[in-house]
Ligand binder design. Structure first.
Ligand SMILES: Cc1cc2nc3c(=O)[nH]c(=O)nc-3n(C[C@H](O)[C@H](O)[C@H](O)COP(=O)(O)OP(=O)(O)OC[C@H]3O[C@@H](n4cnc5c(N)ncnc54)[C@H](O)[C@@H]3O)c2cc1C
Length: 400
């Protein structure tokens, strides 16, 4: 892009619209490049109203969704570690992860495809190995096998976003919180960004507004929809901590769907090895495979109603003998889907607008590196890895 630094006609080099998972890191990675960054967030960083709430997110390196995600996960982990160092907060906890399903299923075949493509140190487990090493998973479908990804773990989304915004500020970014962008108007020379307080003029714009992306890039085929998240406690006398129940994705006996989750973390009591973490219960959620009705992210019902957790309660009862299937905690979150389940990261049809989002239920782990890819796209650099499968222009009808 043009040489960094604002000229009289511009208020900043880049505006970043939305400082959630991807946008907070995009602002950070742009600012460390010496660009003059103006970041806008409609709430406070780490808020519960977008796609990144819920205390934890699974991290995996053997990414069953696409082998091209493995280098992105690894770059993301390096960046999460940098944010841990700069913030002094524990953001990533490696637990290892167990994928369970029939041989040839998406869970198993996808995980092995990524592992083989990148020579990852995964371990294949038979049903007996799983029963022996992970008795919490004793209820398996007949014929299910497992793959152990030793590099899997959990991230703390809210704290990670706050840490990235702080790192962006420390690198010189100007951050406007509680400021909602109303419109962006790109033209040949730059982009006008409008808020209730007025307008600013920037050379380029990164749209990282998560479930709200289509407000600014309306041709993208993204659908936002409400999801209920659920936590569970161990039955009296049983163990459901992370050691017994590390990160998992698995099939459920008698059900077509999968579930994902992890065990409980007792919290930092000084001698449990979980230094710096707040405690939480075990978390289990169902895989969503659509169809997805688009919902207005501003009108999402935030109340969890009686009966809404019956489905997950049955799945937990069918799967984990150590967990009390009655949820101990619930909340709502917004998931944003693309038609092919991959993110949208990179240039749009308008040369001054770059997008980063398209969550599809698996982007948090990658978000710091997706922010890096957004920054590279804005700065006109070669991406650190082949991200062509995430190119927003792969969908017909995109306009900006
Ligand atoms: C239930 C659930 C479970 C998940 N589990 C996992 C998991 O285990 N592992 C994993 O890797 N991923 C997981 N994901 C996916 C991951 O959490 C999301 O993909 C990711 O957090 C989305 O980040 P984002 O930056 O795209 O959106 P967000 O984090 O929502 O950020 C968008 C930001 O833009 C702001 N914004 C929007 N409009 C405006 C505006 N007009 N002006 C100013 N600011 C604006 C919003 O307030 C928000 O802060 C899960 C998602 C859900 C819903």
């Amino acid at each position: 892009m043009e040489s960094p630094g604002t000229s009289p006609q511009f208020d900043a080099d880049v505006a970043v619209i939305g400082l959630g998972a991807v946008g907070s890191s995009a602002a950070w990675r742009l600012a460390v490049r010496g660009l003059d960054v103006l970041g806008f967030e409609q709430f406070e960083p780490g808020h519960p109203w977008g796609g990144s709430t819920g205390r934890t997110r699974l991290f995996r390196v053997a990414c069953l969704e696409h082998p091209g995600l493995t280098p992105i996960a690894r770059r993301a982990r390096d960046l999460w570690r940098e944010l841990e160092a700069s913030s002094g907060q524990a953001l990533f906890h490696e637990t290892g992860g167990l994928m369970i399903g029939p041989p040839g299923s998406h869970i198993i075949a996808g995980t092995l495809r990524a592992a083989e493509a990148h020579d990852l140190p995964v371990e294949r487990l038979g049903a007996d190995d799983i029963a022996h090493r992970f008795p919490a998973h004793a209820r398996l479908n007949p014929g299910d096998i497992g793959v152990w990804d030793p590099e899997a773990g959990i991230l703390r989304p809210e704290a990670a976003i706050v840490a990235a915004v702080d790192a962006a500020r420390a690198a010189g970014a100007r951050i406007r919180t509680d400021t909602r962008v109303i419109a962006i108007e790109p033209d040949d020379e730059g982009v006008t960004v409008r808020t209730a307080d007025g307008e600013v003029r920037v050379r380029r714009c990164a749209v990282t507004s998560g479930p709200w992306i289509t407000r600014f890039v309306p041709g993208l085929p993204l659908t936002a929809h409400r999801v209920v998240m659920t936590w569970f406690r161990a039955r009296a006398g049983h163990d459901a901590n992370l050691d017994a129940l590390p990160v998992f994705i698995r099939s459920v006996p008698g059900h077509a769907t999968w579930i994902w989750g992890h065990g409980a973390m007792p919290g930092d009591d000084g001698d449990d090895g979980y230094d710096g973490y707040d405690g939480f219960d075990a978390k289990v959620g169902p895989e969503f495979d659509g169809p997805f009705a688009a919902e207005d992210p501003d009108a999402i019902d935030r109340i969890v109603h009686p009966g809404e957790t019956d489905g997950i309660r049955d799945l937990v009862a069918a799967t984990f003998p150590d967990l009390d299937p009655e949820p101990s905690g619930v909340t709502t979150c917004i998931m944003t889907h693309t038609p092919d389940g991959q993110f949208v990261v990179g240039a749009t049809a308008h040369p001054r607008v770059v997008v980063g989002g398209g969550c599809s239920g698996h982007s948090f782990k990658h978000a710091s590196a997706l922010g890096e890819l957004v920054a590279q796209s804005v700065a006109g650099e070669q991406p650190f890895t082949d991200a062509s499968f995430l190119d927003p222009r792969r969908f017909n009808g995109i306009r900006s």
